[in-house]
Every structure is written in structure tokens, then in C-alpha cells.
Design a protein around this ligand. Sequence first.
Ligand code: B1M
Length: 209
Amino acid sequence: MNQILKGIYDAILEGERENTKKQVQAALEQGVEARTILDKMIEAMGEVGRLFEEGEYFVPEMLISARSMQEGLGVLKPHLAEADVKAVGKVVAGTVKGDLHDIGKNLVVMMLEGGGFEVVDLGCDVSPEQFVQAVKETGAQIVAMSALLTTTMPNMKVTIDALKEAGLRDKVKVMVGGAPLNAQYAEQIGADGYSPDAPGAVRLAKSLL
Ligand code: B1M
């Protein structure tokens, strides 16, 4: 098992999309738990970040690693679903304005869907106006925002303020997450909840309803 997980880790680091897909598929066929594979993939992205910080990787390397991760996630997705849960609510999700990081958000979306939520995924670089419009159109009970950059985190508060201005703040719960955030920041900007990871986001969403 260690061998195959190492193969997935290396394929992501090297940005080998096809190989990542193949290795994830092989791991599943060998009976490796989807969550174990996911943890290894997240670990690989952490290493990509470290290499970027140290100046060994540049944006193109980060990008091809991210694409490999996305390919692997596509294979993993059906296996991450929880089997025993009913539709529990509607969520509008997105990465905030100015932020193009969507792997973490995609994971949260997958896990929420797996947890029985209907998710309207707005993608990345989502403006406050787009969040507001989506809540109006879908009647979602939860807004889920992700941010990976310290420079884009403030757009979460801008979005919360836009929801207030549109008279929607009392009608939706707001949950936030992303590597630079913590619970204290979430409270400070007036969010209803924060989760450090995707499985926690599902528990949080359920508790908010
Ligand atoms: Co960028 N990047 N990046 N990047 N990138 C980081 C975030 C960085 C920490 C790298 C570094 O310096 N070590 C750094 C940010 C520094 C900072 O803000 N202080 C950084 C930078 C600087 C940049 C650029 C500015 C680089 C440049 O152009 N000079 C640029 C910005 C572009 C933009 O957004 N406008 C940029 C670009 C990119 C790529 C496009 C190349 C690519 C993204 C591709 C994509 O997402 N499609 C990329 C990548 C891949 C990364 C790293 C390496 C990996 C991010 C990732 O996907 N992690 C990242 C370094 C790192 O994080 N170690 C880095 C895996 C993912 C599963 O984790 O997203 O944290 P994460 O999600 C977690 C939790 O946070 C949580 O659940 C997930 C797992 O369970 N979570 C939630 C996330 N959202 C949640 C929402 C919730 C609940 C939980 O509720 C709603």
C-alpha cells in the first residue's frame, strides 16, 4: 500500500496527470480507502507549497501539480460519498473574488455533495454580487466561502456585508474555510462557522441547519 500511495504522491509532485489518475484508480482497485488516498494527495500539495516557498517550484509547476490533483480527485469523487445520508439542504459555494485556488473548495463541494447537500458551485474568483445573486436565485440556506490568499480573505467580509445589504443575511448561514483562516477570523468577520478541512465542513453545515 505504501508503494502505491508513494506513487500517487510522486505523480502529483511531478505534475503527471495521466499517471495520477492511473495510480489513484489502481489504489482503489487494491482496496485502499478513498480517505487514505485523499490524505496522501493533500500531503503532496503541501509539499508543492513548501517547494514553492523555497523557490524550487514556480507557478507553472504549482499549476501542473494542481491539475494532476484535480484529475485524481475526479477518480476519487464517487468513492468519497457517504452512502447513508439524505438531501439535507442547499449550499452556494465558491472561492472569493480575486482568488483562483479551487482545489480545497472543490473538495469541500464534493464532500458536501457526498454528505447529502445540493451544492451550487460558483467556481473561483466569485464576486460578492455573484454570491448575493445566487442566494436570491437558489434560495440556498448556506453560503460556503473559501480563500487561500491572505490578500483575498477580506473579500469574505465584503461578501457578508453584501448579503446584509441585500437583506439576506438573516436567511442564510455563512461558513468559511481555507488555509490562512482560523475560527477567530471567522468570528471576527461575522461568519456563522469555520472548518479547517472538508470533512469538518460537512459536519459544520449539518450543525448550522
Ligand atoms: Co497558490 N499560493 N498562488 N497557486 N498555492 C498558496 C496558497 C501559497 C500558500 C503558496 C506559498 O507561498 N507557500 C501562497 C499564498 C500566500 C499567502 O497568501 N500568504 C500562494 C500564492 C502566493 C499564489 C500566487 C499569488 C502566486 C503568484 O502568482 N505569484 C497565485 C495567486 C493566484 C490567485 O489566486 N489570484 C497562486 C496561484 C496558484 C496556482 C494557480 C498555480 C495553483 C492553484 C490551482 C487551483 O487551485 N486550481 C496554486 C496552488 C496549487 C497553491 C498551493 C501549492 C496548494 C493549494 C492547494 O490546493 N492545497 C498553496 C500552498 C499550500 O497550500 N501549501 C498555494 C490543497 C487543498 C486541498 O488545500 O485549499 O487549503 P486547501 O483546502 C483545505 C482546507 O483549507 C479546507 O479544506 C481543504 C482540505 O480539506 N478548506 C475549507 C478550503 N476551503 C474551505 C472552505 C470551507 C471549509 C474548509 O468552508 C466553506
